[in-house]
Design a protein. Structure first.
Length: 252
């Protein structure tokens, strides 16, 4: 990784931290390349069951792609989109711990995750139209797919600044907590997911993604369900219930 992107893994939980608070955790070519490398590491580690993405500092979670590098031609919007697509396509659940305000592409970075936990007092704004940019097509689609047409218009066409409570109401946030409770809330959510049967979680995430995109392959989905029915983890789940203990899933 780099000094501005940290990646660490403890047990079944991986954590990716944007570590450039002086620049509002904006993402340039160097940072995006480091994030992509971390995502490749996640893909290749069968022990990782959950990825948490967060930002260092208590002011800004992420200001999106570096406008300075975009303006100078040193960064392509395609690189940012490739990164958010990689996050969205991860087979494991992802949690975005939104540690502060969200600007620009930081909103899409968060939307690429499966769960978003925000803090009271924070706000979000996507100012693309205010500076003359048309947000990338795949990114616009992600806003519409995740939040619906009305919320996407408020964010993109009106460049509306939204407080945390509004973000909860429109479904951008799944959980809204006080700043002091963010870490414990995210850790508890991550640990709870990590304790579940990974084959089941991965199968259902894939089916949900296909359903949301209108591309559900029923034969493929039924194959995933059959794999879970034939798994050792299912038998472990039954035994754990009978023995009144917590299951110890192995992902097979």
């Amino acid at each position: 990784m780099t000094d501005t992107i940290r990646y660490e893994c403890t047990g079944h939980i991986a954590r990716l931290t944007l570590n450039n608070p002086a620049q509002h955790n904006a993402l340039g070519q160097k940072q995006l390349s480091a994030i992509q490398s971390a995502l490749v590491a996640v893909q290749g580690d069968e022990q990782v069951r959950v990825l948490v993405i967060t930002g260092e500092g208590d002011k800004t979670f992420c200001a999106g792609a570096s406008l300075q590098q975009l303006g100078s031609g040193n960064l392509s919007g395609d690189t940012f989109q490739e990164t958010t697509d990689l996050i969205a396509d991860l087979p494991i659940p992802t949690i975005c711990a939104i540690s502060g305000n969200v600007y620009g592409g930081g909103a899409e970075l968060a939307l690429s995750c499966d769960f978003r936990v925000g803090i009271a007092g924070s706000k979000l704004r996507v100012p693309a139209a205010a500076i003359g940019l048309c947000y990338p097509v795949s990114g616009v689609n992600r806003f519409v797919e995740r939040l619906g047409v009305s919320a996407a218009k408020r964010m993109l066409l009106a460049a509306e600044e939204m407080p945390a409570q509004t973000l909860l109401e429109i479904g951008f946030l799944d959980y809204l907590v006080q700043p002091a409770a963010l870490k414990d809330t995210v850790d508890k959510l991550a640990a709870g997911i990590a304790a579940l049967a990974p084959l089941s979680v991965r199968a259902m995430k894939k089916i949900i993604q296909q359903s949301a995109a209108g591309t559900l392959d029923r034969a493929f989905a039924q194959g995933l369900a059959a794999e879970c029915l034939e798994s050792q983890d299912l038998q472990e789940g039954f035994r754990a219930r009978q023995e009144k203990r917590e299951p110890r899933f192995q992902g097979r």
